[in-house]
Design a protein around this ligand. Structure first.
Ligand SMILES: *Cc1c(COP(=O)(O)O)cnc(C)c1O
Ligand code: SF4
Length: 338
């Protein structure tokens, strides 16, 4: 098999040539298709396998427990019913004020411009969210603008997903220019996993778009394991850091993927080497189909206690949960002890 030259291929081509067939993924990784029992195929029908080849390159071959593989391979355990794991664990359908807007916190809100992601993460809390009914059309812009102007506390818009970096630079530019016309806005945050799974997404046009904006841009990438951050990926992301873009990382604590002090510690150091600051470590949202990634409270506590002891304070991600109806993400460690 020839090596896949993802470093040279442009991101648009990579995005249109994702692996969506579980058998192809397993073959490429030298795993037998028996690894994927029929339940895994069924799980894939509910939430399709979707993974860029550049990400597959980072998966260790012939290891069915590879921490990157576990995040993307449909698994029959997703089909088991668990009473506490539901389709809308965060009550997002209620915070949905206008098409595309999810406003739960005072100074900032999420704006969803696309329902598409480059990768389908099996633990994702949005796996059941009805995106396609909820995207703003071009003429919804006027209403969005009025909405922002009616709430003086808003100073930041967060482009979220779906994944906003699956959009073309042209479309991103259009929306950034629209947001720039609203004086009260100072910050534009972009939540994206694309730089991790298709590092070439950080192209010259995107860098220049971020660099020239009136808004201060904060890119929050999403990486769960240091194996996702090979040298090429780090170099690409660091190109933004060099242009004074703030780059942060959020992770989800996942059983079998990064549920050890070593995994979280290695990840934080690796991020820092690339100029990325650890931001959040989320505990799993209890979404239907993801129960097999869940950890016991005592396990989480033990890992985080060790992480605190191992890392300098500036590299410790904040352990949080999002609780429906709360005004912010809820810190989870040691908060009731003073
Ligand atoms: C996480 C989240 C935000 C951003 O929260 P920060 O704590 O500022 O990172 C905003 N809105 C919603 C609905 C969120 O879930
Ligand atoms: S929204 Fe983020 S976590 Fe969810 S599937 Fe898309 S990239 Fe993965």
């Amino acid at each position: 098999m020839i090596n896949y030259l993802y470093q040279e291929q442009n991101w648009q081509t990579q995005l249109s040539d994702l692996i969506t067939d579980p058998a192809e993924l397993l073959e490429r990784l030298e795993l037998s298709t028996e690894q994927l029992l029929s339940g895994g195929l069924l799980a894939s029908e509910q939430f399709k396998l979707r993974v860029p080849r550049a990400f597959v390159e980072k998966i260790v071959k012939a290891d069915p427990y590879d921490p990157l593989l576990l995040q993307v391979l449909p698994h029959h355990l997703e089909l088991l019913e668990h009473p506490n794991f539901v389709t809308d664990p965060l009550g997002e359908e209620q915070a949905n004020h206008l098409p595309g807007i999810l406003h739960k916190y005072q100074s900032r809100f999420l704006l969803t411009l696309t329902g598409a992601c480059a990768v389908h993460c099996r633990y994702c809390f949005r796996r059941h969210f009805p995106y396609q009914e909820n995207l703003p059309k071009s003429d919804d812009w006027v209403n969005i603008k009025h909405y922002i102007e009616s709430q003086a506390a808003i100073n930041e818009v967060i482009l979220s997903g779906g994944d906003p970096l699956t959009l073309s630079n042209r479309k991103l530019k259009l929306w950034i220019e629209r947001l720039e016309t609203i004086d009260q806005l100072k910050y534009l945050r972009i939540h994206s996993r694309v730089p991790i799974v298709i590092p070439n997404r950080i192209d010259e046009e995107l860098i220049s778009l971020f660099k020239t904006s009136r808004l201060r841009i904060i890119l929050v990438v999403h990486s769960n394991h240091s194996n996702e951050l090979d040298d090429f990926t780090c170099t690409k992301i660091n190109a933004l850091v060099k242009e004074n873009i703030t780059v942060l990382n959020q992770s989800v604590l996942l059983k079998g993927v990064n549920d050890s002090v070593k995994a979280i510690t290695d990840l934080s150091y690796r991020l820092f080497d690339a100029g990325i600051m650890p931001y959040y470590l989320h505990v799993l949202d209890k979404v239907k189909g993801a129960a097999h990634f869940d950890l016991q409270a005592e396990e989480i506590d033990q890992i985080y206690t060790d992480v605190l002891a191992n890392l300098p304070g500036y590299l410790v991600p904040k352990l949080v949960r999002e609780i429906a109806g709360e005004k912010n993400k809820t810190p989870l460690y040691g908060v009731s002890t003073y």
